[in-house]
Write a protein that binds this ligand. Structure first.
Ligand SMILES: NC(=O)c1ccc[n+]([C@@H]2O[C@H](COP(=O)([O-])OP(=O)(O)OC[C@H]3O[C@@H](n4cnc5c(N)ncnc54)[C@H](OP(=O)(O)O)[C@@H]3O)[C@@H](O)[C@H]2O)c1
Length: 338
């Protein structure tokens, strides 16, 4: 795996391959955050690799398979220089955009990995995540099936998304878990209670998703009303109505620190994630999502930006004051199997 001087490196799980300390979230290239320009998305992928990004993140549900297909050519062109991470476990319905079902049954997992391999056009997935826990399936059973995929050579390393510390420990006892991917940002710090300490204890790499608060922390938008009609964030409680106005005010310290350093708010938000990981003595690879080369370069630079103890103290109270939940009250079921 080649790396550049632009990004420092860490390992993916204990004894895993060396990867750049920031990855690229590719979800927005297919869905959720309004219209994309495929040519600029493609150029962003190429630039990311040049800047030392090695972990590229997708999932089978992003654009209902489109995101994996979009990444296929890029991944195959640079197969030895990057890691592709994808996920299974969330089931959606074409006629009900708000529906989210979870399925971790053995047959579903086995069919999902084959479908992802086909869409990506690769022989093996470098990092395969359970996207969400299915309440009907014990996590030990899920990881047992995932371990079979490793033995079969279809998957190289295992990851879990949105698990608690106890779930991670139970899973890790079945098969080594290389990475946990969960939302972690200045606005979303629940993971620091159990998942982060467990990951640090077990040597599991943490992959913070939505480290820019889905873009809100950057100041790029102040409320959901400014976004495209199709934008997923229009339905998220933190970005609508009075919550959005309240939450935008919480960003004043972020803006002030950015001005003092001559850096962007996005960079402050990312530098904060790296600083928190250091407090927990934890390897992290945040995966900010962008479809633009200019923003990519900005985000990569943040991996080596250091905030002072005083600045971190100013940012400390923000998460506790955020109004609104992370997700709207979507239908979360066991894919209609209960
Ligand atoms: N495991 C899970 O359940 C889960 C859930 C959500 C996401 N994810 C993964 O995590 C990745 C990142 O999360 P995310 O995309 O939801 O949120 P994010 O990284 O917090 O924010 C992405 C948003 O911020 C904008 N942005 C990026 N860099 C910026 C900058 N420097 N200045 C201003 N705006 C900037 C992006 O717009 P542009 O694209 O236009 O630049 C996009 O709208 C996703 O791509 C996906 O792979 C995983």
């Amino acid at each position: 795996m080649s790396t550049t001087a632009s990004l420092p490196t860490t390992t993916l799980g204990a004894g895993g391959p060396l990867i750049g300390t920031q990855g690229l979230g590719c979800m927005g290239m297919s869905e959720f955050y309004g219209e994309s320009d495929p040519a600029e998305s493609w150029a962003t992928l190429e630039r990311a690799l040049e800047l030392g990004v090695t972990l590229f993140d997708t999932a089978d549900v992003y654009g209902a398979g489109h995101n994996e297909e979009f990444l296929s050519e890029f991944v195959r062109a640079h197969r030895d220089d990057l890691l592709i991470a994808t996920k299974f476990g969330i089931v959606r319905k074409a006629d009900d955009p708000a529906f989210r079902g979870f399925d971790n049954s053995p047959g579903y997992i086995r069919a999902s990995v084959d479908a992802s391999l086909r869409r990506l056009g690769v022989d093996a997935i470098d990092l395969y995540y359970m996207h969400r826990r299915d309440p009907l399936v014990p996590i030990e059973d899920t990881v047992g099936v995932m371990a079979e995929l490793v033995a079969a050579g279809k998957v190289r390393a295992l990851g879990l998304s949105e698990v608690t510390g106890d779930e991670l420990r139970a899973a890790h006892a079945v098969h080594p878990i290389a990475a946990v991917q969960s939302e972690w940002s200045l606005f979303s710090r629940d993971v620091e209670r159990t998942a982060v300490p467990a990951a640090a204890e077990l040597g599991v790499t943490f992959v913070p998703y939505s480290p820019l608060g889905r873009g809100f922390l950057t100041g790029a938008f102040q409320s959901a009303g400014e976004l495209d009609q199709s934008d997923f964030r229009r339905f998220q409680p933190r970005f609508t109505g009075e919550n959005a106005a309240h939450n935008a005010e919480l960003l004043a310290p972020l803006a002030a620190i950015g001005e003092a350093h001559g850096i962007s708010r996005a960079q402050v938000a990312l530098a904060w994630v790296h600083a928190r990981a250091a407090v927990h003595d934890l390897a992290v690879v945040p995966i900010p999502g962008t479809r633009k080369r200019s923003r990519l370069a900005e985000n990569v630079a943040a991996a080596t930006t250091r905030l002072s103890a005083e600045e971190l103290a100013t940012l400390e109270p923000i998460a506790g004051q955020v109004a609104g939940t992370r997700y709207a009250d979507m239908t979360f079921t066991s894919a209609g199997r209960e």
